[in-house]
Design a binder for this molecule. Structure first.
Ligand code: GLC
Length: 457
């Protein structure tokens, strides 16, 4: 083995050894066996790109309460602006999203190249987007809209071949046996140990029955939990909940926020036995992937999850496409958020960005779907992904000298531009211990061009 290969292996081993691991346990209460795991995770690992949707009553204030523009994220306005329960409940009577068209939403995300959706069945504020049998605080009973949003979306997803997932908050600011007793400091307890002694009743008689409804009555394939940090929720509850869900549907994919192991925004679990199938980095992309660990970076296009009418800090289309490639090159999924408006429409800035991503995916999705990280060191000019005997070189910085420098350890038999249907071979130069591919003077794509490198044998 060459010295630089040895060095690379040493670096990779050191990186893997230092990383927290998501899939260390195979106990029945927190994890499926490796085999069941591989089976149920297969579509999710291939998909690589999904849409997060944060939608609920908070879209009505849209970031502003009593004339004050909230500086914090939109879906937290009830807590951050200390809105009393009775005041916040009034939004339910106003929630009438007449422009909501499930088919249109799903068409937009499909055209962007996304393969799955994760929408808020219930966020921390407690309002439910389906006809829940255990509460009247939902779209059918408390709002004039009286259409089951989850049912309509599930139907549209089925029609378009999109996988259907739900975000469900463990914490609940509206429920008297959960955080409503801290009104209006609903998130109290995050940094101390106060708990509502009745929380176990909420857990058994409200949270679990709601999940049962969402598993039994909807074609739910992902359950994406959040709000697990509250001290009243224990790791024992988490393992019980995981088992409860898997007994009902062994194929359910569940994020690690069902348990208490997540380490902040980095999203990976600490050492220990924690339930959950994948790590959840939030608003960040890890420096490297982690061997044997599934993960998904969730991210906003501006600075809020729930709609805020004055948040114009939009990421560029280029940034978002590069983020997708960066994440996939490290073996992760990208869950990109849209915060629809109260009338049921997507913000135009989100639509524009999704369109740009879709245009790029139309040309290059082969280098994204079903691919994973490559064994090569990350190049200065972009990122690699890999599938079967193909390495995909995503070039962000097109070489001015028309020579793309490839990791010298790669055994490349053939190279061509992914957008070139004729697969005209690009010249490969292996002289002097270096490996370069001769590329045209101009980048085929301004944002990220892709070169296919076919590996020998
Ligand atoms: C954070 C926010 C929450 C949001 C979530 C998405 O946990 O508190 O509002 O839903 O991130 O990952």
């Amino acid at each position: 083995m060459k010295l630089n290969n040895l060095l690379l292996m040493a670096v990779l081993l050191a990186v893997f050894a230092c990383q927290p691991r998501q899939r260390t346990n195979s106990s029945t209460d927190g994890k499926e066996t490796a085999e069941a795991d591989a089976d149920k995770m297969e579509w999710w690992r291939d998909a690589r790109f999904g849409m997060f949707i944060h939608w609920g009553l908070y879209a009505i204030p849209a970031g502003e309460y009593n004339g004050k523009k909230s500086e914090r994220i939109g879906e937290w306005i009830m807590n951050h602006e200390q809105i009393p329960l009775k005041e916040y409940e009034k939004y339910a009577a106003q929630f009438n999203p007449e422009k909501f068209d499930a088919d249109e939403w799903v068409s937009i995300l499909k055209d962007a190249g996304m393969k799955y959706i994760v929408i808020t069945s219930k966020h921390h504020d407690g309002f439910c987007l389906w006809d829940s049998k255990v509460t009247e605080y939902d779209i059918m009973d408390a709002s004039p809209f009286k259409r089951d949003i989850l049912a309509e979306l599930a139907e549209a997803c089925k029609k378009h071949g999109i996988h259907f997932g739900l975000y469900h908050s463990i914490m609940d600011w509206h429920h008297p046996q959960a955080q409503a007793i801290w009104e209006p400091n609903y998130n109290r307890g995050r940094n101390d140990t106060v708990t509502n002694p009745e929380f176990p009743l909420y857990f058994q008689n409200y949270l679990k029955p709601q999940l049962e409804e969402l598993i039994d009555n909807y074609p739910t394939e992902i359950l994406w939990f959040d709000g697990e940090w509250i001290p009243a929720y224990t790791t024992e509850m988490a393992k019980e909940l995981y088992r409860f869900i898997i007994d009902k549907n062994p194929q359910m994919i569940i994020n690690n926020r069902i348990d208490k192991g997540r380490q902040g925004m980095s999203g990976f679990d600490a050492e220990g036995e924690f339930a959950g199938d994948f790590g959840t980095p939030e608003q960040e992309i890890p420096d490297t992937g982690v061997e044997g660990v599934d993960w998904e970076s969730c991210m906003t296009m501006n600075d809020t999850w729930g709609y805020k009418y004055f948040d114009d800090n939009w990421k560029s289309e280029e940034r978002l496409i590069h983020n997708l490639i960066d994440i996939v090159s490290k073996g992760g999924n990208f869950l990109l958020n849209v915060g629809p408006k109260a009338d049921g429409s997507f913000p135009q800035a989100s639509i524009d960005r999704l369109k740009a991503m879709g245009d790029w995916m139309d040309k290059y999705s082969e280098s994204i779907y079903g691919t994973t990280s490559s064994p090569f060191v990350r190049p200065d000019w972009g990122r690699y992904t890999q599938k079967d005997n193909r390495i995909y070189a995503h070039v962000f910085e097109w070489p001015k000298d028309k020579k793309l420098v490839i990791d010298a350890s790669a055994k490349i038999a053939k190279a061509w531009l992914l957008n070139d249907d004729s697969k005209k071979p690009l010249e490969i130069d292996k002289s002097g211990g270096n490996l370069t591919v001769a590329v045209p003077a101009n980048a085929p794509d301004e944002v990220a061009s892709v070169i296919v490198l076919e590996v020998e044998d």
